[in-house]
Every structure is written in C-alpha cells, then in structure tokens.
Design a binder for this molecule. Structure first.
Ligand code: ADE
Length: 226
C-alpha cells in the first residue's frame, strides 16, 4: 500500500515513521511519503493560506495551493484524483473514523491524506479534491497531522505482517469477529495482585469455554458502552 501525506509540517512524521510497526510495514514494501504543502505553492513568499471571505478569525488553506501540491506530486489534473484513489481530507467536522472505515481504507492500494491547519481547508478542497472528509473525533486539533497519524496507525496495523501476532488484529475491539463490540479483558501474571485474582476460567485450559467467556465479556462491554 502507498500512503501519501500532504502537510505543512512533514517533520512531525519523523517520529511516527521510526516506530516498529511502521518500519515493519516499510520493510514489507509498503510506502509512506510526506509532501510539504508549501513546497509547490504558486504564491509569493511561501504563502499557503488567506483570510476567510465573509470575515471571521483565523486563516484558511487555499484551494489553489492544495491543487498545486497535488499536481506537482501526481502530474495529473488534481480534479481527476478523487475518482482514481481515496483522497482523505482531515477535518474535525468530517465523517467519524471507525473500524469499518479503517478496514475500507486498509484495503485500498493507494491512499492520500490531506492535513489541514489554521481554520482548515477552503471548502472547495473537500468538495473537489477529496473523496472523503474524515474526523478522528468531535474535538478540534491544531491541525490534521495527529489525525493523519491516527489514520496511518490504524490502517497500517491492519496490513498483514506489520504486527507481531496476526491474530491480534483479527479479534480486537470493534472488529467483525467481535461483532463490533469492544475487546474482552486481558490478564497476565501475577495471578493475584492485592487480593484481585484473575478469573479462574482463564486458567482452565478449556479453550472453547475461554472463547465463550471472552465473547460474553465483549458483548457486555458493548452493551454497557464501555
Ligand atoms: N483537524 C482538526 N481537528 C481534527 C479532528 N478532530 N479530526 C481530523 N482532523 C482534524
């Protein structure tokens, strides 16, 4: 899979790219690239944003700046891009990211993430240069960079071979295997800690009952909204 991130702060991703599961993904042949939205700006002095029409606080990233960055990277008319690949603009007001959307994105051969800053993108970026407008939650971040890292992280861990144990991505919270419910509780040593014991069933060696117990706990958590 190829993931291209467009951002005003590519250096933010240096730490992320060095993490074990991300390095695993790169070693497996997946690609991650970062493009500075400012690099190809057609405006003077590296300008990328402008004041909002209608007035109001803050600055808005210009659509012609995003267009120029995409054209420089892909060499085609950027209006064609959303019909060819998933182009995800990150913004607080977008479609909420969930496991189903992550799985959908992880199945794509190519993915582009557009990180907004300041008050976000000119609306025409969402309408004409993106296929999806995505939010990681109902709160406002200072930019789309952390949101893009969340999307990358969640997508990359679904790619086969990037996690230590393949099963860990299958039966995890919100997965189809758990019918969308949160994951069951996990325990490890010590067996007893300050009088709190691990549920006996987990030591029974009866795999079918353990499995049933785990799925019940998962369903309970889902029903309780935990
Ligand atoms: N940019 C600012 N806030 C955001 C959020 N919650 N999700 C995605 N992008 C954002």
């Amino acid at each position: 899979m190829k993931i291209d991130v467009f951002t005003l702060f590519p250096a933010w991703f240096d730490w992320f790219s060095g993490q074990r599961h991300v390095r695993n993904a790169l070693e497996l042949g997946h690609e991650l690239s970062f493009t500075d939205l400012r690099a190809a700006t057609p405006l003077k002095a590296g300008q990328v944003d402008d004041t909002p029409y209608g007035g109001g606080a803050g600055m808005v990233i210009r659509v012609d700046v995003v267009e120029a960055a995409l054209r420089a990277r892909y060499g085609v008319d950027p209006l064609e891009l959303p019909t060819r690949r998933r182009m995800v603009a990150l913004t607080a007001g977008g479609r909420r990211l969930d496991d189903a959307l992550v799985a959908e994105l992880a199945a794509e051969p190519e993915l582009t993430l557009l990180c907004g800053r300041y008050e976000g993108f000119d609306e025409r970026v969402h309408e004409h240069l993106a296929s999806d407008v995505v939010s990681i939650g109902p709160y406002v971040l200072s930019g789309g960079e952390l949101a893009a890292m969340v999307v990358c992280d969640a997508v990359i861990r679904k790619l086969p071979g990037t996690l230590g144990h393949e099963e860990s991505a299958l039966e995890e919270s919100f997965s189809v295997a758990l019918e969308g419910a949160p994951e069951y509780p996990h325990y490890t040593r010590p067996f007893e800690w300050r009088g709190h014991r691990v549920p006996e069933i987990l030591l029974s060696g009866d795999h079918a009952r353990v499995r049933e117990w785990r799925h019940e706990r998962s369903r309970e958590r889902g029903a309780g909204g935990a």
